[in-house]
Design a protein around this ligand. Structure first.
Ligand code: NAP
Length: 248
């Protein structure tokens, strides 16, 4: 086990599935004490068991993230478990696709609550403590469809475009105090969340220079880079890990 993150603590929202789980495992492999969150305790406990079986440190917090109160509650619980948070991975997200005219207000609010409001208040709660310690790394998960128009993906893309701008704003706000804020922008990636998408997902992957979807582990590599001191001069970057979609 490498020790690059020994003594550091990380919070990964949505760490019981897909990209979040791969990131949590990779962070733990580098020695970080990882707190993961999600609603499904069975999947959360399984990830914790896997990490502990590999000699790592991990805890799971079962929580439905939907507003400021739930974000602040998760931060408080993470402090109880891990002392403080050096690395925040704002990963939990939903991506319901479909025609604009069929989208309900409830779906609209759910997407913006989990994808924008929760990261916003987690940063509001945790970044000031990082500033006090003079160091920290925040990584937001955005998406390639925050950058261009894709039919049926406007609501999701708009929520992540907000997170792209917040990434840059927070880099400007907290960077001078030693806190690096960056984002990873994945292309289509095989996870539990995309498992049921069928043809649409495969079709999207064929538009990439890589001509295939990514794996959660490939996205986690970029998250790890941004989390560690190897990215010490990287602030406000939106790192595409999208099989080359950025290029075409
Ligand atoms: P996923 O497999 O669908 O997992 C989503 C995670 O979010 C789960 O851990 C889920 O846990 C959690 N979550 C969902 N609703 C929640 C809620 N109300 N409260 C708390 N936690 C909640 O996701 P993924 O595909 O790995 O994607 C991870 C991130 O990458 C997302 O932000 C997504 O937008 C972004 N991304 C993914 C892709 C892709 O192709 N997969 C591409 C670009 C960007 P519970 O269900 O237990 O609550």
């Amino acid at each position: 086990m490498s020790t690059a993150l020994q003594g550091r603590s990380a919070l990964v929202t949505g760490g019981n599935s897909g990209i979040g789980r791969a990131a949590a495992k990779a962070l733990a492999d580098l020695g970080a004490h990882v707190v993961i969150s999600g609603r499904d305790a069975e999947r959360g406990d399984q990830v914790v068991r896997d990490i502990r079986a590999s000699g790592g440190r991990a805890d799971f917090v079962a929580i439905d993230l939907r507003d400021e109160a739930s974000a602040r509650k998760l931060a408080a619980r993470t402090r109880e478990l891990a002392g403080h948070v050096d690395i925040l991975v704002n990963n939990a997200g939903i991506y319901p696709f479909g025609p604009t005219e069929l989208t309900t207000e409830q779906t609209f609010d759910e997407v913006f609550s989990l994808n924008v409001k929760v990261p916003y208040f987690l940063v509001a709660e945790l970044a000031p403590e990082m500033v006090k310690r003079g160091e920290g790394s925040i990584i937001n998960l955005t998406t390639m469809v925050a950058e261009f128009g894709q039919a049926g993906m406007g609501l999701y893309g708009a929520s992540k475009a907000a997170l792209v701008l917040l990434t840059k704003s927070w880099a400007a706000e907290y960077g001078p105090h030693g806190v690096r804020v960056n984002a990873v922008s994945p292309g289509p990636t095989r996870t539990e969340g995309t498992a049921g998408m069928g043809d649409d997902f495969d079709q999207l992957a064929t538009t990439l220079p890589a001509r295939r979807p990514g794996s959660a582990e490939e996205i986690a590599e970029a998250i790890i880079f941004l989390a560690t001191d190897r990215a010490s001069f990287v602030h406000g970057a939106i790192l595409p890990v999208d099989g080359g979609r950025i290029a075409v």
